[in-house]
Design a protein around this ligand. Structure first.
Ligand SMILES: *Cc1c(COP(=O)(O)O)cnc(C)c1O
Length: 398
């Protein structure tokens, strides 16, 4: 029997395969931790976003269990139709209080995922008059920002990565009444930190919102783990913060923190908030414990250990043709170049028991395929030594 629709897709998949662009999942049988059992093998991973090692923290796991006994398994509905639990409300209040030094009249809103939060935020900020709105977006922003900008129907102007002069010129040339500058704080595939103070200054000069996607900063940056805004000591009513809770916070979901009027507008108009089932309240309950850990002494100690591990990676062996991207964060990319080469490098590491992800286009520009090494406070110095030794072997191969 001929299946023309299926056959057409199959040919597309074969093309991806031939280009070294086919993505494959590996199945993990153990909790999120540096050492995992993957496809039946015990491996040391440098690929998770669990930067503080909270995903398997006994207190967080216990809080999740307790949340399930308090609130059951599911929320039963969307936030506006009965699914908004006391646990969600408590988490939002806690996050608003945490971010209070950086925002005026702060309020927070919990989302099922960061992807949805970005869709919600960008489309809602542009919603009053999409034809009069312009979104200024860094060229290396996360896919969820790109998709949110598309969904908003606003005009989208992409500026070259970190290019403040280009942004300033685009803002000056804009005739849009609603202007929204949006940037990752820590770029997810490069590990560098956006020049947020200069971005905010430009936004204040041009009456623009500054939307900061702190997916890789929240929990990790700042003395209290409040993220990029704390790192740079920023405060402004024009700031809108999106932080994720499935990375350093170790659980799942995301939040937007901003002036209470922004949050109220999201509740009224943000379709990815309104038309979806609220996340299980137990997740919000577990996150209350995560946030306490992040803001407290344990968070401070874990951030200090993470910084030590980053320093240890400074001695990463690099061979001619590779490029180690400058990064002050737990994301430490090693650019290899071609798809075939990066897959080969990842395989050599895998054969030595090390699991590091190969990142290729379209996630990063073609020709800059890379190993995305991520560190966690759950790693030990010995774990990092083992990675360095394996990279040394890889650097000598030909
Ligand atoms: C992971 C990530 C998101 C999406 O967050 P999820 O909660 O995983 O959906 C958004 N922005 C950036 C920069 C990210 O790295």
């Amino acid at each position: 029997m001929s299946l023309p629709l299926i056959d057409a897709l199959q040919r597309h998949i074969e093309t991806l395969d031939a280009q070294g662009l086919r993505r494959r999942r590996r199945t993990v049988a153990t909790p999120c931790a540096p050492w995992v059992e993957v496809d039946g093998r015990r491996m040391l991973g440098f690929n998770s976003n669990d930067y503080l090692g909270l995903a398997s923290h006994p207190q967080v796991v216990e809080a999740l269990r307790q949340g399930a006994s308090l609130y059951g398994a599911g929320s039963g509905g969307s936030h506006l139709i009965g699914g908004h639990s006391r646990a969600h409300a408590q988490l939002e209040d806690r996050l608003a209080a945490l971010m209070a030094p950086h925002l005026s009249q702060p309020r927070a809103l919990y989302f099922c995922t960061g992807y949805m939060a970005n869709l919600a935020l960008l489309s809602a900020l542009a919603a009053p008059e999409p034809a009069q709105a312009e979104i200024f977006s860094d060229a290396l922003n996360h896919a969820s920002i790109i998709d949110g900008a598309r969904l908003s129907r606003a005009r989208v102007s992409v500026y070259a990565h970190g290019d403040l002069a280009a942004l300033e010129a685009a803002l000056a040339a804009s005739t849009a009444r609603t202007r929204i500058v949006v940037s990752d704080s820590v770029f997810s595939m490069d590990g560098d930190i956006a020049p947020l103070p200069a971005l905010l200054a430009a936004c204040e000069r041009h009456g623009a919102w500054l939307v900061v996607d702190d997916a890789h900063g929240f929990g990790v940056l700042g003395a209290h783990g409040r993220g990029a805004l704390e790192h740079f000591a920023l405060r402004s009513p024009q700031l809108v913060l999106m932080g994720t809770l499935g990375k350093a916070a170790g659980v799942s979901g995301a939040f937007v923190a901003a002036h209470e009027t922004v949050i109220e507008w999201l509740v009224q108009r943000a379709r990815p908030y309104i038309y979806t089932t609220a996340a299980p309240p137990a997740l919000a309950h577990a996150l209350l414990t995560s946030v306490e850990l992040i803001a407290g002494e344990e968070g401070r100690a874990r951030r200090a250990h993470l910084a030590d591990l980053q320093a240890q990676l400074e001695s990463m062996p690099v061979r001619a043709g590779w490029q180690r991207l400058p990064s002050d964060t737990a994301i430490q990319p090693l650019v290899i170049g071609g798809n075939a080469e990066v897959l080969q490098a990842a395989q050599v590491l895998f054969d030595q028991g090390l699991w590091v992800t190969a990142i290729r286009a379209p996630t990063v520009p073609a020709g800059t395929a890379r190993l995305r090494i991520t560190l966690s406070a759950a790693h030990t110095a010995q774990d990092v030594d083992q990675l360095l030794a394996a990279l040394a072997i890889l650097a000598q191969e030909d």
